[in-house]
Ligand binder design. Structure first.
Ligand code: HEM
Length: 304
């Protein structure tokens, strides 16, 4: 397919994702799906050995990976995206999943993320990432880490992230909820998740499935309230040990305090960290990826 036609297909897909998000209020689920596809990445394994390094390669669509304990509930994200994949077979699962997440962040009121596309998919279950590469939200910390902060550093440094990026990415918990029947964490329901609160960024009613415990009050809106609520005392709002660690650890706290004070700083750093997350372990075709927002494209011009 010519690059221009391919780009048009991505742009069409993005519009369809926007409609899906609006109808299903699924931004948190789709952001988590994309992070769990890419967050298996191990920078110590050379990209030449792709896809052994894990990362944003669509492997989460296969059993056994989708059944990993950390991925509980994410099959519903795949189910939501499947009709779009069927409609756009030439776009990889890896791209579709990452596009859904970046579009969800933006539609929820967050920053625009400078995405590129053209990710290659793994082709079989044999290429799935091993279990245990994603972070735990509660004790016991894997690999004998002494604290939540030590565990976070061990996991995120394996992916190539520093302290500031750990804190920025954790801010994605401004969206969504934990569910006892999925992760075993959070409450069954709160006043923010029982369907009575306005949680959409546009102020319209609706939140999709009822229940669970959110980190923030308006949990379908992307803003910096996570950094304010994590240190608050509202028992209806969730605070995992890994969330509290951002304000307990001296080096992480510097960034958490900055993002609590400045949504602008948070949005800037989140957008950069999210782009990096979305490209971990990805193999692009063409090698530089496809920038679908490039301004010098001319959709009406005959040849490109
Ligand atoms: C810092 C380490 C992290 C830990 C320990 C962690 C842990 C968790 C847990 C336990 C849940 C609840 C899942 C459920 O019960 O349904 C969750 C949900 C979520 N996580 Fe994380 N997470 C981390 C980092 C991230 C990152 C980096 C992102 C995205 C960039 C992210 C995005 C989300 C979202 C959007 C949800 C809500 C999903 C929904 O409402 O369906 N998390 N996370």
């Amino acid at each position: 397919m010519k690059l221009k036609a391919k780009r048009k297909e991505y742009l069409d897909l993005r519009e369809e994702i926007k409609t899906l998000l609006d109808k299903t209020n699924s931004a948190p689920l789709l952001v988590r799906l994309a992070w769990h596809d890419s967050g298996t990445y191990d920078k110590s394994i050379r990209i030449e050995e792709w896809p052994k390094c894990g990362g944003a390669n669509g492997s989460i669509r296969f059993v056994p990976e989708i059944n990993h304990k950390a991925n509980s509930g994410l099959v519903h994200g795949l189910e939501l995206l499947k009709p779009l994949k069927d409609k756009h077979p030439s776009i990889s699962w890896a791209d579709l999943i990452q596009m859904a997440s970046a579009t969800a962040i933006e539609q929820a009121g967050g920053p625009k993320i400078d995405m590129r596309y053209g990710r290659k998919d793994v082709s079989s279950a044999a290429e799935c990432a091993p279990e245990g590469n994603l972070p735990a939200g509660a004790k016991p910390w894997p690999n004998n880490a002494a604290s939540a902060a030590e565990h976070l550093r061990a996991v995120f440094e394996r992916m190539g992230f520093n302290d500031q990026e750990i804190v920025a990415l954790s801010g994605a918990h401004t969206l969504g909820r934990a569910n006892p029947e999925r992760s075993g964490l959070g409450k069954d329901s709160t006043k923010y998740t029982d369907g009575t609160s306005i949680v959409r960024p546009d102020g319209k009613p609706g939140s999709g499935r009822i229940g669970g415990q959110s980190w923030t009050k308006q949990w379908l809106k992307f803003d910096n309230s996570y950094f304010q609520d994590v240190t608050g005392d509202d028992d209806d709002l969730l605070k995992l040990d890994t969330d509290r660690a951002l304000f307990a650890d001296e080096r992480l706290k510097v960034h958490a305090n900055e993002y609590r004070e400045s949504a602008t700083d948070f949005f800037r750093d989140y957008a950069m960290a999210h782009k990096k997350l979305s490209e971990l372990g990805s193999k692009f075709e063409p090698a530089g990826g496809i920038d679908i927002d490039q301004v010098d494209w001319c959709l009406e011009c005959p040849i490109q």
